[in-house]
Write a protein that binds this ligand. Structure first.
Ligand SMILES: NC(=O)c1ccc[n+]([C@@H]2O[C@H](COP(=O)([O-])OP(=O)(O)OC[C@H]3O[C@@H](n4cnc5c(N)ncnc54)[C@H](OP(=O)(O)O)[C@@H]3O)[C@@H](O)[C@H]2O)c1
Length: 436
């Protein structure tokens, strides 16, 4: 296969933290198709040779994500594939140079990875079309597009509409990197592919309630400019937490194809009920002094909510979802609490991951899926829109967030949300867990 992976935004935080380390690992494992080129694009007027320095720096000093030894032969092999093209993504002249580069490389298959600002998408799509790089007669053209996908239902619809003016749905790979996580894919394995005797118990006759948690003991770090515009509900609620919930509750797909798996996820999302009076927003004390945060910001760094899946299987089973920063611990999990008997709980732990057991990082998995043309673990147009349809009414309830102290479990109102139903958050009661 002759393939070019074109990364729009090679100097981005995303490329440094995730994409280049993932590509290094794919190289090390020999998983990149033989004839693969990687073309990094950014504005900065740098010579081609600069990319070597950038890779060195990314893999050495900034190799925070993949904490393992970098082997020189692997790095050299990756470097051979790596090219740099400088240019403005809204400049048609750049696309002529890109076209020439791809012709020189004789690349029949193209994957464009948008590691850049959404404001540039329209110009990118139009220019790809004008330079006839948006489809191929002899191979494939695919587009990898990062979360957040829009900021609400209307903008997500507009983005889908825009995409469909230039690309077919089977060319579009909308990423939520949680869908690349082995631990999340493992939920489906456990529920549907192993002969689990717990799977038949996942219904309203046996379950008391479900909890979905993604909490962190650290703050927003350097992400202030981005985070302050978005907040916890949209940053992780609309995507990661809903993905965890659907993995734990969807019906078994008739077949493990993209269409069937996505359709089962969508069925759950369609039945989720937003309860505007059962949502709590919090902000950690000290957030307003973080870098690039508006000093009078009302952005939430924490949310907790209650919802129901309005279908036969989960009728009247409360679902409690929470996420937040600067809390007492770091933990990402789905917990299914049974009504009685043994086990008391079924816990799907997503993070912290047992590093030694993990053979593949999510970005590796998703890049490979895109190369293979498997969209199962990407969101389709309808899925992102339904996620937003659930989030929008809840987001409309945002007001002044409740201030909570760093290192705690968040606002006490979040505790009350579950305690008034006679229940409690499971994360702190590790000794209760009888099944992991
Ligand atoms: N960072 C993360 O952890 C993360 C996680 C999930 C999703 N995402 C998503 O990934 C995308 C990138 O985010 P980021 O935080 O990594 O962005 P970022 O660090 O701000 O990087 C933006 C990139 O776009 C390039 N760029 C900007 N304007 C350009 C132009 N007119 N022409 C050519 N290149 C241009 C920049 O190149 P220059 O060097 O020339 O400025 C840079 O490489 C966003 O959609 C974001 O939502 C990021």
């Amino acid at each position: 296969m002759s393939l070019s992976l074109i990364i729009f935004g090679i100097t981005s935080n995303l490329a440094q933290k995730y994409l280049l380390p993932a590509l290094y690992d794919l190289e090390e494992k020999g998983l990149l198709p033989e004839n693969t080129s990687i073309i990094g694009v950014a504005r900065s007027p740098k010579e081609e040779g600069w990319i070597q320095e950038h890779l060195d720096l990314t893999l050495s000093k900034e190799n925070l994500h993949h904490k393992h030894t970098i082997q020189d032969p692997v790095k050299q092999a990756l470097l051979k594939r790596l090219h740099y093209l400088n240019g403005h993504l809204d400049d048609p002249e750049f696309y002529q140079r890109l076209h020439k580069k791809l012709t020189d490389l004789n690349s029949k298959n193209l994957i464009f990875y948008l590691a850049t600002y959404p404001e540039l998408y329209q110009a990118i799509f139009q220019n790809l079309k004008d330079s006839k790089l948006h489809k191929s007669k002899t191979g494939f053209v695919r587009l990898m597009i990062e979360k957040p996908f829009g900021q609400d239902l209307n903008s997500a619809k507009a983005l889908n509409k825009l995409l469909h003016q230039f690309f077919e749905e089977n060319q579009i790979y909308r990423l939520d990197h949680y869908l690349g996580k082995e631990t999340l894919r493992g939920i489906l394995e456990f529920r549907f592919k192993t002969s689990s005797n717990l799977q038949p118990l996942i219904d309203s006759r046996h379950i008391d309630h479900i909890q979905v948690t993604a909490i962190e003991n650290f703050g927003i770090g350097e992400r202030g400019a981005f985070y302050d515009r978005v907040g916890a509900l949209k940053d992780v609620g609309q995507n990661h937490l809903l993905q965890m919930l659907t993995a734990a509750t969807m019906d078994k797909p008739a077949k493990f194809t993209n269409e069937e798996v996505t359709s089962e996820r969508i069925k759950i999302l369609k039945k989720l009920t937003p309860l505007k009076d059962s949502v709590v927003f919090g902000q950690y004390q000290g957030y307003l002094s973080e870098k690039n945060v508006n000093p009078s910001s009302k952005t939430e760094t924490f949310f907790a909510l209650k919802t129901f899946i309005n279908n036969d299987r989960f009728k009247d089973i409360p679902i409690y979802i929470r996420a937040g920063k600067k809390l007492a611990q770091t933990l990402t999990e789905v917990v299914i609490v049974f009504k009685q008997g043994e086990p008391k709980l079924l816990r799907f732990k997503i993070q912290p991951e047992e590093q030694l057991l993990m053979s593949q990082d999510p970005y590796e998995a998703l890049i490979l899926d895109a190369i293979r043309g498997d969209q199962t673990f990407f969101n389709d147009a309808e899925e992102v829109e339904i996620q937003w349809a659930f989030i929008d009414p809840l987001a409309s309830k945002k007001g002044q967030p409740i201030i909570y102290q760093p290192g705690t479990d968040g606002p006490k109102e979040a505790d009350l949300l579950i305690r008034r139903d006679g229940r409690s958050w499971a994360g702190t009661q590790t000794s209760d867990f009888s099944k992991t």
